[in-house]
Design a protein around this ligand. Structure first.
Ligand code: FAD
Length: 333
């Protein structure tokens, strides 16, 4: 029986732990993490399935398409099942607005539908200040429901948890057959990876039950229904580590979003949130053996998903779990 530690309890850690249990059912899997649930970056994300190559550098497009397809199969099958509500998956139709033609995005042939709107429809909908508008039917994961749902599945399979911050990898040597690194931005200090950088985002969650569709633009304005709240964002600030809510960012977000959806004006703010997208080009999914003072440590990494962590979590976690299996079974040969 293998002893496996997964570091990190965000969407990547929990999805990876669950996929390891699927691939190695007799393994003992423990999630060790400093933060759980609403304290993670994953908790605040919009959860729109709209994977984009724009914010993923250095990964072959074919791989992104594969992660998109495997993720989609899982999310969409949940969204059409009787578990949809408890798992936080909803099918939503909305609009992607752009000044340039959106050429064959990776999600185009994956999601339920993707069509360009005629100029007449675009004008009728009030999107005349964009050159192109698309109507898209996809899935949204409301992470405050989806993450706990995944976590329950992990615990049902016998998964263990430990709340603890790891400051020195030597603490783990000799304790586990393999350690799986899903610490997101934490990899910068724990693994000394300075190539991971933050892309700061700020958003609001408002009560606007009259808005049922999502709207996503490529110039930092989006509306994403999340259960009974509506996510209103956003911004993308590279290498900004600031976790405080800034009023000038709020003003900019509201100004941009009122312009695309004036009906938003009557909405009451429920809360605001800031997160740092853990960005690395490429996303790191690989295995290595790290030589430490106390001995060698087998590690599989899965981190650096940037703006696509919810969309890509299931697909990349399957690959990471395969690497864990390969690393462990390889050593027994
Ligand atoms: C404003 C905003 C909007 C977003 N919207 C979307 C969206 O619509 N769609 C989408 O696909 N993605 C979206 N994202 C991106 C998504 O949120 C991230 O890519 C994803 O959450 C990354 O998940 P993660 O598990 O790697 O990181 P995290 O959720 O940050 O989890 C990291 C875990 O590692 C633990 N950890 C770190 N260091 C240590 C340590 N030393 N010891 C122990 N534990 C440690 C932490 O405590 C935490 O549990 C958005 C992000 C932001 C900021």
């Amino acid at each position: 029986m293998y002893n496996i530690a997964v570091l990190g309890a965000g969407i990547i850690g929990v999805s990876t732990a669950l996929n390891i249990q699927k691939q190695l059912p007799s393994a003992r899997v423990k999630i060790i993490s400093e933060k759980f649930g609403q304290e993670t970056t994953s908790w605040g994300a919009g959860g729109l399935f709209r994977p984009s190559t724009k914010y993923i550098g250095g990964v072959p497009e074919e791989k992104i398409r594969k992660w998109s397809r495997t993720g989609w199969e899982f999310y969409s099958s949940l969204a059409v099942s009787d578990k949809a509500k408890e798992a936080g998956m909803q099918i939503v139709t909305g609009y992607v607005l752009s000044q340039t033609k959106v050429m064959n995005p990776v999600y185009k042939d994956v999601v339920y539908s993707f069509h360009e709107l005629s100029t007449e429809s675009k004008l009728k909908l009030g999107f005349g200040h964009y050159n192109y508008a698309y109507i898209v039917t996809t899935v949204i994961a409301t992470v405050k429901d989806y993450l706990p749902w995944l976590f329950e599945r992990f615990k049902e399979n016998g998964g263990q948890t430990e709340q603890r911050r790891i400051d020195d990898l030597n603490e783990l040597v000799g304790m586990y057959d393999i350690v799986v690194n899903c610490t997101g931005f934490g990899s910068r200090t724990l693994f000394g990876d300075k190539s991971i950088f933050p892309v700061r985002g700020q958003l609001l969650r408002v009560k606007a039950p009259w808005i049922k569709n999502f709207v996503y633009t490529e110039d930092d304005a989006y509306l994403i229904p999340n259960g009974d709240l509506l996510v209103v964002g956003g911004c993308r600030q590279e290498n900004n580590f600031n976790l405080n809510i800034e009023s000038k960012d709020r003003e900019g977000i509201l100004e941009r979003c009122f312009k695309i959806f004036p009906a938003l004006k009557g909405a009451k703010i429920d809360h605001e949130w800031v997160g740092l997208r853990p960005t690395r080009f490429p996303i790191r999914i690989e295995k290595e053996v790290i030589q430490l003072k106390k001995g060698p440590l087998k590690v599989v990494h899965n981190y650096g998903h940037g703006a696509n962590g919810i969309s890509m979590s299931w697909g990349t976690s399957i690959d990471a779990a395969e690497l864990v299996k390969e690393a462990l079974l390889g050593s027994k040969l």
